[in-house]
Design a protein around this ligand. Structure first.
Ligand SMILES: NC(=O)C1=CN([C@@H]2O[C@H](COP(=O)(O)OP(=O)(O)OC[C@H]3O[C@@H](n4cnc5c(N)ncnc54)[C@H](OP(=O)(O)O)[C@@H]3O)[C@@H](O)[C@H]2O)C=CC1
Ligand SMILES: O=C(CO)[C@H](O)[C@H](O)COP(=O)(O)O
Length: 471
């Protein structure tokens, strides 16, 4: 029987779990890990040093007996059936009031199901997204917990200690009941998909239209990361261009196959946005682009069938300046879409989300952290009911200032046949959302013409139908 009582338990000592548990230990809490894999258990015991502060086992009863009451057990196992399996394995060893935290990228309706199931048994369940990858988990991630508010008080000191800090403020906050935390993490990942797609498009344009080398691309992204585009993704992009390839003489980025994989969180964001009736087309396009990227052989075959315009190389400095504005604009649009979705989800699912607080806990630790999130947090702080970021007076001048260059970049890409679907979609979304009268009156007329679906009028109340073609 294990003598020492540990403050925190962690199941799943993989990429995230191993780093998270060491982070808990470094912040003054004792932690006990559990994994099925002997090597992972032994590796943690080696790396952890003092066994009184961190230890691990492959024996579940020992694991549960070693935790202080109420037990606080975090799961960092692959999302899906494994989470249900681990919960079932744990239940015989738990007491009422114990807390299970699912830190993985679980689908939010699974979290609601698990929450209802466990609350009947007196167990508190937290769906709690964690972002920041391995490094974030080790040194300070952004944490997005949702669940029972009172029970959160037991977890709060640990989460606040291990979370990333932005100017001293922890990047974690209680977000709302039930699946609020997993939902926010899902949309975080949707925004992540959009920002990654947009970054890759700008890289492609600078390289193919203006001939920037990897060294030049490094310099561009590095300098952008010191300005208003300062963000984790721009920072790592700068670093990526410098990485030499161990297996050939060039840079690694040029040797990586152009097929992007996905685990599903971006797709879920798009699917649920459609259920809610909230447009997030830049996120949708980012998901579609991963799908198009997977069609490698089809793309290669089609490439040989069609002509692409051959235009002169563009002046570097001018394109770099315009591209900075295009990336800034489209990052703003990505956040605007994701936060709009969160506002609607909050109403639909009763999460009572505080969008300013969400932007605040994304300012450090997570993959979508960016300097502009401070402005976004302020915009929603000034007007918590802001329907869409584009309505914030503080963003109007910023967006207006970028637009001419954004449109120029898009035209350059279209003229050259360089695919920038994320940027073009962002511009079209912006143009549509800022147009008082759209041509969808014609769609209503068509619907009524072929299917008597009726329409409303601009000049009077009521529902109308016309026998089209009779006058
Ligand atoms: N990697 C990342 O950057 C991020 C991942 N996430 C999410 O965090 C979760 C964990 O991801 P990650 O750490 O990357 O995944 P890993 O696959 O690296 O780690 C998962 C760990 O769980 C173990 N495991 C599987 N089944 C069980 C079980 N029944 N009991 C105990 N342990 C088990 C696995 O062991 P074994 O290998 O032997 O199966 C493995 O050690 C996922 O939901 C992921 O989506 C969230 C943010 C970032
Ligand atoms: O949650 C994350 C970061 O926030 C993960 O890294 C995410 O799983 C990556 O998603 P995908 O594999 O679909 O690109």
């Amino acid at each position: 029987m294990q003598e020492t009582q540990y403050d925190f338990g962690l199941i799943g000592l993989g990429v995230m779990g191993r780093n998270f548990i060491l982070n808990v230990k470094d912040n003054g809490f004792s932690a006990f890990g559990y994994d099925l894999d002997t090597e992972k258990v032994e590796a943690l015991r080696e790396e952890g040093g003092d066994r009184g502060r961190v230890d691990a086992t492959q024996d579940l009863p020992t694991f549960c007996q070693s935790l202080t009451s109420p037990r606080k057990i975090m799961l960092l196992v692959p999302a899906g059936k494994i989470v249900d399996q681990v919960i079932e394995d744990l239940l015989p060893h738990l007491d009422k009031g114990d807390i299970i935290i699912d830190g993985g990228n679980s689908f939010f309706s699974d979290t609601d199901r698990r929450d209802a199931y466990l609350s009947e048994k007196g167990i508190h369940f937290f769906g709690s997204g964690v972002s920041g990858g391995a490094k974030g988990a080790r040194k300070g991630p952004s944490i997005m917990p949702g669940g029972n508010k009172e029970a959160y008080e037991h977890v709060r000191p640990i989460f606040e200690a291990v979370a990333a800090k932005y100017q001293g403020e922890p990047c974690v906050a209680y977000l709302g009941p039930k699946s609020a935390g997993n939902y926010v993490k899902m949309v975080h990942n949707g925004i992540e998909y959009a920002m990654m797609q947009l970054t890759s498009e700008v890289y492609d344009l600078l390289h193919r239209a203006a001939g920037l080398s990897n060294d030049e691309l490094h310099q561009v992204f590095d300098s952008w990361n010191k300005g208003r585009l300062q963000s984790f993704l721009v920072e790592i992009t700068a670093e990526i261009f410098l990485q030499e390839d161990d297996l050939s003489s060039g840079r690694l980025v040029d040797m990586i196959l152009d097929k992007a994989k996905q685990k599903g969180t971006g797709k879920w964001t798009s699917q649920n946005a459609m259920d809610l009736g909230i447009p997030v087309p830049t996120i949708d396009m980012a998901v579609s682009m991963r799908e198009i990227s997977a069609l490698k052989s089809l793309r290669v075959d089609a490439d040989s069938l069609y002509d692409r315009p051959k235009l002169p190389t563009l002046p570097k400095e001018e394109l770099i300046e315009q591209a900075e504005k295009a990336l800034y604009f489209s990052f703003v649009i990505s956040y605007a879409q994701g936060l709009h979705q969160l506002a609607e989800a909050s109403k639909e699912y009763g999460y009572e989300l505080d969008l300013s607080q969400i932007a605040k806990i994304w300012r450090a630790g997570c993959i979508i952290r960016a300097g502009m999130l401070a402005d976004i947090a302020e915009a929603f702080g000034q007007n918590p009911k802001l329907e869409n970021l584009l309505l914030s007076p503080s963003f109007v001048d910023k967006v207006n200032g970028a637009l001419p260059a954004v449109r120029r970049v898009a035209s350059q890409a279209l003229e050259r046949g360089i695919a920038m679907p994320g940027l073009l979609t962002s511009i079209s979304y912006f143009d549509a959302l800022t147009t008082g009268r759209l041509p969808l009156n014609l769609i209503q007329a068509q619907r009524d013409h072929f299917g008597s679906h009726t329409y409303e009028r601009t000049d009077r109340e009521g529902i109308f139908h016309t026998e089209w073609g009779k006058n």
